[in-house]
Design a protein around this ligand. Structure first.
Ligand code: CDP
Length: 566
């Protein structure tokens, strides 16, 4: 187990167990043993064998579960899920009891999403007191402040997704919420978009805003100007993103259980209220083999890894500690899991396929198709062994396909676990060839040069101290006089890749992902506002479930910065 210094620091700061006086009392090896043992305890037969399988899976960095599982498995009342959606009804009782649930979830490592659209708008009547309502944005601010002060197990702050539907009377204030004094830094904000709204934008008609309490139209607004407001705010601040509610519900595996209104914080899992989901990610950079001096995808190892990972995630549902009875009921009813990927950009670089290429898109589809179909096969065979998920008879799988899990795949951002596995994030392109990683461990700053790039240059005998200094200085290799053209193309970074390719990768993976894909379309600072409009529109046309952009420099607290060393 060779760990980079970043991975080591992250493990020490947040994952390895400590005694009451704060001294670290486990090694990374013992961490994986602890997690493997706990997850294997769900097995009826051959617990020891499964423990070894799960241990190897993680210790080789072929697969890692989401952070709460790594942090909490094996602890008394260990909460293991990353993703939750909670209800917000139009009453103080509901708003504040959900706030309490939020605090408990954040304290135990989870993130929470909510749709605030049932709340009556700002200034609306309150019959009991004779006063007027504060409206959803005021309550989002309260949730944001509470989040600020509840750290996840003392390790990191919780993340939230706040959604307001596009026909809510407060939608304009919601769109503008992040440019006010209160930056709502613990929230991702997304507008809940319907196909009817997109049609109104296309046909340039008026759009009605409706009071959810009374059903009355409070205002008609030109759909195009609302669209323009969304797009210009996203250009300015990165928020709001969009979530496409009709697309999500078209793919809802159990329509009888109700309409899905929200996703988890980063958007990769649409969930019913009180549902939670356990995530895990395959490390694609490890799914390679060398053949005749060339690297190839190792489909065999990929298949074996999928088999063990889906079983692992199904076990997590069984050994999880649920913080609320409602969460236990909903989660064990659908048994949703989300197996995704990390290290996609690294895999491509090692296969010598540029991210911005047709070949990369085709391989992305092929790999995710494979992951989905094998995941479904494993879930089906688990159903034979352990029984179908309880609400299976109401699901789209009934009667032809017995399934253990209502969903199998999600592409999460892998913000922490890809650092532990020392590979590229999720399906994102390389962010920079050299990093200053700021903020992960407070004020400790780490530099990193992409190891695949260093290897390529060493193989050509072109790796020099001069080149190292140059890459550290700029974070890019595009202007180098030493780096050959083909290598430059392989190591294009996120901001150097055209948005069209960002979006096509998201579509390629979404095609074969039953939940959703969390992806940020990174844009250079000079990108015009019209491009953001085009991206948001194309995302809907592509059938994506959500979309987020980030224009370089538009948020002050960027965690990853490709910045100059001097
Ligand atoms: O890498 P890791 O497993 O820690 O997490 P991720 O893939 O970056 O994020 C997966 C999910 O974890 C997010 O969508 C959130 O639901 C949750 N999360 C959170 O609650 N708080 C954070 N600070 C980061 C992630």
């Amino acid at each position: 187990m060779k760990r980079t210094s970043n991975a080591q620091q992250l493990l020490q700061a947040r994952y390895l167990l400590r005694n009451p006086s704060g001294k670290i009392i486990e090694t990374p090896h013992e961490l994986f043993k602890r997690v493997a043992k706990h997850v294997a305890s769900a097995e009826k037969k051959n617990k020891g064998g499964w423990e070894q399988t799960f241990y190897t899976l993680m210790a080789n960095f072929h697969f890692l579960p989401n952070s709460p599982t790594l942090m909490n498995a094996g602890l008394p009342k260990g909460q293991l899920s990353a993703c939750f959606v909670l209800p917000v009804e139009d009453s103080l009782d509901s708003i504040f009891s959900t706030l309490k649930s939020t605090a408990l979830i954040h304290q135990n490592g989870g993130g929470t999403g909510y749709n605030f659209s049932k709340l009556r708008p700002h200034g609306d009547r309150i019959v009991s007191s004779g006063g007027t309502s504060s409206g959803p944005i005021a309550f989002i601010k309260i949730y944001n402040t509470a989040t600020e002060h509840v750290k996840q197990g003392g390790k990191r702050r919780g993340a939230n997704m706040g959604i307001l539907n596009v026909d809510h009377p407060d939608i304009e204030a919601f769109i503008l919420a992040k440019s006010e004094g209160n930056k709502l830094q613990n929230f991702n904000l997304s507008v809940g978009i319907t196909n009817d709204f997109m049609k109104a934008v296309k046909e340039d008609t008026d759009w009605n805003l409706i009071n959810p309490r009374t059903g009355e139209v409070t205002k008609a607004i030109r759909a195009k100007s609302l669209w323009g407001l969304i797009v210009s705010q996203a250009w300015k601040t990165g928020d709001p993103g969009l979530i496409f509610l009709d697309t999500i519900n078209k793919h809802n595996p159990i329509p009888d259980q109700g309409i899905i209104q929200s996703t988890n914080p980063c958007g990769e899992v649409p969930l019913l209220e009180y549902e939670s989901c356990n995530l895990g990610s395959l490390n694609l950079s490890k799914m390679l083999k060398s053949e005749k001096d060339e690297k190839r995808v190792d489909w065999e190892i990929l298949e074996k890894t999928i088999e063990a990972s889906i079983r692992f995630l199904d076990n997590v549902i069984s050994v999880n500690h649920y913080l609320l009875p409602q969460i236990e009921t909903q989660t064990t009813n659908t048994r949703k899991v989300g197996l995704g990927v990390m290290g996609w950009a690294e895999m491509l670089a090692r296969l010598e396929i540029p991210y911005a290429s047709e070949e990369a898109i085709e391989l992305g589809e092929k790999i995710m198709h494979f992951i989905q179909s094998k995941s479904y096969d494993v879930s089906e065979s688990l159903a034979g062994e352990r029984g179908v998920f309880p609400s299976w008879t109401n699901s789209i799988f009934h009667p032809n396909r017995p399934m253990r899990n209502a969903t199998c795949n999600s592409i999460a951002p892998t913000g922490s676990i890809s650092i532990i596995a020392d590979t590229s994030y999720s399906i994102e392109p390389l962010y920079a060839i050299a990093y200053l990683r700021v903020g992960i461990m407070g004020n400790k700053i780490q530099t990193e040069i992409n190891p695949a790039f260093v290897e390529s240059m060493k193989a050509l005998g072109l790796w020099t101290e001069k080149l190292k200094a140059e890459v550290l200085e700029t974070g890019s290799v595009q202007h180098s006089k030493i780096v050959p053209k083909e290598i430059k193309k392989l190591f294009e970074t996120s901001l150097e890749i055209p948005w069209e390719y960002h979006l096509r990768h998201q579509r390629a993976f979404q095609k074969f992902t039953d939940n959703a894909v969390s992806k940020t379309i990174n844009l250079s600072k000079e990108t015009p506002v019209e491009t953001v409009s085009e991206i948001y529109w194309t995302a809907w046309e592509y059938g994506l479930k959500g979309i987020t952009i980030y224009r370089d420099g538009s948020k002050a607290d960027q965690v990853l910065q490709a910045c100059r060393l001097n």
